[in-house]
Each structure stands twice: as structure tokens, then as C-alpha cells.
Design a protein around this ligand. Sequence first.
Ligand code: ZN
Length: 186
Amino acid sequence: MQRLLEGNWRYRSDRMTRPNQGAKSRLETATAQHPMAAVLTCSDSRLIMESIFDCGVGNLFVCRIAGNFADDSVVGSLEFAVQELGVRLLLVVGHERCGAITAALNDVRPPGQIERLVAYARPAVELARGRPGELLDNAVRANIELTVQALREAKPVLSSSYDSGSIVIRGAYYHLVSGEIEIMHF
Ligand SMILES: [Zn+2]
């Protein structure tokens, strides 16, 4: 977490060092990877994890899905990161003005599989409606919270690792303009 936050500080203060991005890093990681964290985040084009955390090849195991929801394939991917790659930190990164959450707020009925994504966002919207403050922002934050909770309770792999204290699962909110990763407390 400390390395991630230091990288984010370099990113948001325009002091990026862009480590581990050359041929040497590709060679070193070609036969084995030891990422320092797994990150579940949104597909949004503005959320480039290796930039936001100023790191490179082999550093992050990233799952991206619009709305950063913990669907079955995402949970499976994170289980792989924990069991096979020995990842000890799972970070859920949601963000300001997320389109998936906005769609659920506006109660749109989109075609195709988009509806499935909107359905994932509805519990967060419901939770946010009872909270004081700006609704979209509250829903984004509630969605991060619910996703973290779902991962902590995902049986049997993530839940047992989390309960025994061998992995940490945290949520973070990304600010689009400042580039700040705000670690959430729950
Ligand atoms: Zn988004």
C-alpha cells in the first residue's frame, strides 16, 4: 500500500519516474510475475492504473469492468491472483462521475448486456439515497464499499484469506482532476 501511495503521489504531483517499463523488466518478468497488488477498477479510459500508481510491467494485477463490480469472472480473477500469484493486497478503485453508476441513477433501461451492469449498480444507488450529500458521489462511494464487502465475503477463497488476515481488501476513490487516490475507511 505504501508503494502504491508513493507512486500516486508522484503521479499527481507530475513527478513520475515510470519504473519497470523497459526490455529489462519484460525479461525479468517473462517467466514469473509477482505483482505487489491486485486492483479492481472501472474500464473508464481515464483510469490507467500503472500511470496512477507510477509503476510498470509485473507490478499490478488489474481487473477492469465498467463500474468496478465484483461479478463472478472478476472474483475468479482475483482468486487466481491470491492463490497462484501470492497477492496480499486487493484494492477496489472507483471514481468520480462514473458512467455506470450514473446510468443506474438515471434509471435507464439500456439494450443488450449493459443492463446487467446497470443492475449491479442499483444496490449502491439505493444505499446512497438514504445518505446526506450529493447523490452520484455517494452512490460511487457506496458502490466501492459494497464491492469491497462482496470480495471480503466471496466464498471460499477470498473470504477465508481475508478472515485469517492473510490478505487485505481495501477501497479507494479516484479524483479525476487532481489524480488523487483517496483510501476509504471501512
Ligand atoms: Zn466508471
